[in-house]
Design a protein around this ligand. Structure first.
Ligand code: GAF
Length: 387
């Protein structure tokens, strides 16, 4: 079943039932798919994500007791935390994302106080589509919105990153929050993670006769388990040996010379992925501007191979998803997000959508994997006040 993923929320109604009055507002922040540009964000490089229609919604009002009252339509647990007790090791499970965001806002000097929050998450959990960042971004908008604090979106992204790194404990980069906060309807976001420069590149897939097919492998992976952090350390080692501030500073022309300075073969391959991936992002932007989806698709295939062979962050399910989609006629297919599970994204001619989905499903069945889930995505609006 290919799901187009429309969403509405009844977070406001539930809020009113629980708290006896309507919330001051409802805020929404979407999940994301990265079209290309993986593991480049923490190397000061380029990314090209778009926002999903699926969002996390947060209905919110201020409270005068300096506590957070956190509820979710998807979970039974109710969190009640005093602001004075907000500390990285004090909160567990999904509540960390909410508490961490409020903590990071306060650490950044913003006077966010008590809040009643009702969360309604529509981004599939653990699917590599950034459900946790969409929750954090929705909470960040709700908390600042309720208290009338105006924070530029790029700064909000840094605050959410701090929550993720220092409160939740996942050493992630800036891609996911930036996508959720800065993407706009009908566009992919060409983002320079060093300068913060952003360009909205139009991508109207139906008008171009293609569909963006998200394939959720249903293999879950956490980004705080060491493998992600190990990749970051390897990139830092590569920079030290090459003598550059970030892998962003190595050009394709200078790649061989730079790789020659790296002592370890694995670290060399990690660096090669990052440098070639940055180049693929720039080439993809050129291809999209020219309406050349064949080239964009080939670049996606190259990205997947590089993530599989050089960066080693793919897994069997992602490889089968990308490979079977490519063989069935997708213009391009690759893993998206951190890897080791989660989702793949395929650029599929519209008349082949059913054939590609069927080929992926059959390949998963033949390999004895869980049945994958499909979502036809379209670049949607970024985080916003909903009501
Ligand atoms: C995860 C991280 F959260 C991002 O910062 C990014 O590094 C991505 O993996 C890989 O491109 O989603």
């Amino acid at each position: 079943m290919v799901n187009s993923g429309q969403s509405t929320t009844n977070a406001a109604e539930v809020f009113e039932q629980v708290h006896g009055s309507a919330p001051e507002g409802v805020w929404a922040a979407p999940g994301r798919v990265n079209l290309i540009g993986e593991h480049t964000d923490y190397n000061d490089g380029f990314v090209l994500p778009f926002a999903l229609e699926q969002s996390t919604y947060v209905a919110a009002s201020r409270r005068d007791d300096d506590r957070l009252d956190i509820r979710s339509l998807q979970a039974d647990a109710v969190g009640s935390i005093a602001l004075s007790e907000l500390e990285p090791d004090n909160v567990e499970g999904w509540l960390r994302y909410v508490a961490g965001t409020v903590w990071a806002l306060r650490e950044a000097g913003h006077d966010v106080r008590g809040l009643s929050l009702v969360v309604d998450g529509h981004v599939p959990l653990g699917s590599g589509l950034s459900s946790s960042h969409s929750l954090e971004c929705a909470v960040a908008l709700a908390a600042t919105g309720v208290y009338g604090i105006d924070v530029p979106r790029t700064e909000l992204a840094r605050i959410v990153q701090r929550s993720e790194n220092d409160f939740v404990g996942a050493p992630t980069g800036i891609l996911d929050q930036t996508a959720s906060l800065l993407c706009t309807d009908g566009h992919v976001l060409f983002y320079d993670c060093r300068s913060g420069e952003a360009e909205q590149v139009p991508l109207d897939a139906p008008a171009l006769g293609v569909r963006l097919l998200v394939i959720n492998t249903r293999v879950q992976h956490a980004l705080d388990d060491g493998a992600y952090g190990e990749r970051r350390s390897q990139c830092e080692q590569a920079c030290r040996e090459i003598g550059v501030p970030a892998l962003r500073d190595v050009t394709l022309d200078g790649l061989d010379e730079a790789l020659g300075k790296i002592s370890d073969e694995v670290v060399r391959r990690r660096a090669r992925h990052v440098v070639t991936e940055d180049a693929r992002v720039l080439q993809t932007v050129e291809a999209l501007r020219a309406g050349d989806l064949t080239t964009a698709g080939q670049l996606m295939n190259g990205s997947h191979a590089s993530l599989r062979d050089d960066y080693e962050v793919s897994c069997d399910e992602l490889d089968v998803a990308a490979d079977s989609a490519q063989r069935a006629g997708a213009l391009g297919a690759r893993m998206t997000g951190g890897g080791f599970g989660g989702s793949a994204i395929a650029l599929v001619p519209e008349d082949l959508l059913d054939a590609v989905s069927a080929a992926v499903r059959d390949a998963f069945a033949a390999a004895d994997f869980k049945e994958p889930e499909f979502l036809v995505a379209r670049p949607a609006a970024g985080a916003r006040r909903e009501s």
